[in-house]
Design a protein around this ligand. Structure first.
Ligand code: ARG
Length: 459
């Protein structure tokens, strides 16, 4: 039989396969609460503007509250024939209250309805992401504070570069996460315009009050162009983009954890709660959570590319292609929230091996740049020449199988006659990091200043 919602001009109902490809109820039931919130605001507005009676609006409102309760308690029977959450809710409302239910859809289309519901859903997820990010920033901040002056090797090309502090490394992630938070805040502010009232695409001839529904639903204002309102999925694309960059940051730290927790590095120990064992190798402590976090970005980025691809060729206004927006965003949001929570737990539980970090910091000629800088400062050598002299000293140490501080003053003077014993003071890693006081540098004093600043910001 023909569809009860739109079947007026149809003699026959859809083929089973048509129904299967057309239905979104399997996933868009996740927007039930948003749909009902939107409908309640719409009905209240229709009554306030005299488009429907107060009695009908009241019946609609009470019915919708009951429908939501049925959905939340799991007694609601979702129907694929009714395609999506919008028609499932309305059909059930009609069962409960009868005729007035048919007045709810006045001056509205599923096009503005779905644009509204999805926007509210994504807006909620921006808030959840911001909360998760703030918590993770606190976790990194606590790590930074615990080891503000612990020395570790800093890398470029994953080769020992210069000593840095653990606190500085942890604060690098606080900076990244702060930008992530900013992206979700920006996206949220930009998406906070209400599309309800755009109707199918052209607006409506009913005297609706879009300012009223926008305000009731927590939006800053109604959207200004009805065509754009039902065509636009920028809010979802922006959410996915912000989620992708955030997940990329989680993935990079996950990669560092995988490296750092290896037997070759031993920089950190992940807690039992965030490690797994091997069923054959009893010694194993595998960083599965970190590995999974590294991989989860693939899903989120995949969702981002998928929605860009869905949207890129669509003429205005609504096309059914856009129904493919939700699963991508749902999965990306779920993945991001799980990832943030997992990283939060891992970071809070993480133990850094201070002694291992410091020993590693001192290896690999990590203070060679300090030596070159000393030659510039004390002997007034041009930096290029200082670089060359230092390179010769590194080669000498390497040939001898020792570190730079182990070279005797005679050996140093054979390479450059004016070097004095004062040079040894800059070859220690503590001195090295302590000297990096340029703004944004790794010195413990800087790290403590930045920790204090972040504590103020996150308070
Ligand atoms: N289920 C649809 C979606 O997710 C709702 C909008 C349907 N609109 C339409 N004109 N068929 O996009």
């Amino acid at each position: 039989s023909a569809n009860t919602m739109w079947g007026g001009r149809f003699a026959a109902g859809p083929h089973a396969i048509m129904e299967a490809i057309n239905a979104s109820i399997g996933f868009d039931q996740r927007m039930a609460a948003q749909d009902i919130t939107g409908s309640r605001a719409h009905a209240a507005m229709l009554a306030a503007t005299g488009i429907i009676t107060k009695q009908d609006a009241q019946a609609i409102d009470q019915g919708l509250v009951q429908v939501l309760a049925e959905i939340e308690t799991g007694t609601f029977a979702f129907s694929t024939a009714l395609e999506d959450i919008h028609m499932n809710v309305e059909a059930r409302l009609s069962d409960i209250i009868g005729t007035p239910a048919g007045r709810l859809h006045t001056a509205r289309s599923r096009n503005d309805q779905v644009a509204l519901d999805f926007r509210i859903w994504v807006r909620d997820q921006c808030d959840a992401a911001i909360t998760g990010i703030e918590s993770l920033m606190q976790a990194f901040l606590a790590q930074a504070e615990a080891g503000a002056d612990w020395v570790m090797p800093g890398f470029t090309h994953l080769q020992t570069a210069q000593p840095v502090t653990w606190g500085h490394h942890m604060l690098a992630y606080v900076e990244m996460l702060a930008r992530d938070k900013g992206r979700f805040q920006d996206a949220r502010a930009r998406m906070n315009e209400c599309p309800l009232g755009a109707a199918a695409l052209a607006g409506t001839s009913f005297p609706i009050d879009r300012q009223m529904t926008a305000t009731a639903l927590g939006f800053d204002r109604p959207t200004a162009n009805s065509l754009d309102s039902v065509s636009d999925r920028d809010f979802a694309l922006e959410f996915l983009s912000a989620a992708s960059i955030c997940a990329l940051h989680l993935s990079r730290f996950a990669e560092e954890l995988v490296i750092w927790s290896s037997a070759q590095f031993r920089f950190v120990r992940m807690s039992d709660q965030f490690s797994t064992g091997s069923s054959i190798m009893p010694q194993k402590r595998n960083p599965d959570a970190a590995e999974l976090l590294r991989a989860k970005l693939g899903r989120i980025l995949g969702a981002t590319v998928a929605l860009f691809t869905v949207m890129k060729g669509l003429p205005l206004a609504y096309s059914k292609d856009m129904q493919e927006d939700k699963e991508q965003v749902f999965d990306a949001a779920d993945t991001l929230m799980l990832g943030l929570a997992a990283m939060d737990g891992m970071v809070r539980d993480l133990t850094a091996n201070r002694a291992t970090l410091e020993a590693a910091a001192a290896s690999g000629f990590s203070t060679a740049t300090d030596l070159a800088d000393w030659l510039v400062r004390e002997l007034n050598l041009p930096f290029r020449e200082a670089h060359h002299v230092t390179g010769s000293l590194v080669k000498l140490a390497e040939d001898k199988g020792c570190d730079l501080p182990d070279l005797s003053i005679e050996e140093m003077q054979n390479v450059h006659g004016q070097i004095t014993a004062a040079v040894y003071s800059v070859l220690g890693v503590q001195n090295s990091v302590a000297s990096r006081t340029s703004y944004g540098g790794t010195a413990p004093a800087n790290v403590r200043t930045q920790i204090a600043r972040w504590k103020e910001v996150l308070k």
